[in-house]
Design a protein around this ligand. Sequence first.
Ligand code: CMP
Length: 140
Amino acid sequence: MPVERTLSIIKPDATRRNITGAIVARFEEAGLRVVAQRRTQLTLAKAQQFYAVHKERAFFDDLCSFMTSGPVVVQVLEGEDAIAKNREVMGATNPANADEGTIRHDFGESVEANSVHGSDAPETAAEEIAFFFAGTEIVG
Ligand code: CMP
């Protein structure tokens, strides 16, 4: 299996509840390594740019407002099959549909406040990683 990198965001609902360590533990238990990490406050412009693919969706404004409601932790996760593995560990977007034992099932509050974001494909992973990190900040 190829070693991949994927972009992960621990969202404001999780930083607010001080459960970032519990979430990182889930990634590490699944064999993913944190090779870059920064806690940051997104501006509205940055959130809108990051989620631009969703700009026509009814939830776009609420999503951007939520993502700027508190700090986030942006991370690069590395490991074998990291993109799919991260999505497996996160669970379905809506915590109500997520399998038991997944991050969103165990920690998510709603489809919006679902604790984590993860890239969905190799192309988006590369774009999303470059959106937040310079190559020199990623140390595997
Ligand atoms: P994320 O993986 O960060 O990508 C887009 C986000 O939009 C998604 O997780 C959800 O948190 C959020 N969102 C809010 N409402 C909806 C919705 N109705 N359908 C899908 N995603 C939604």
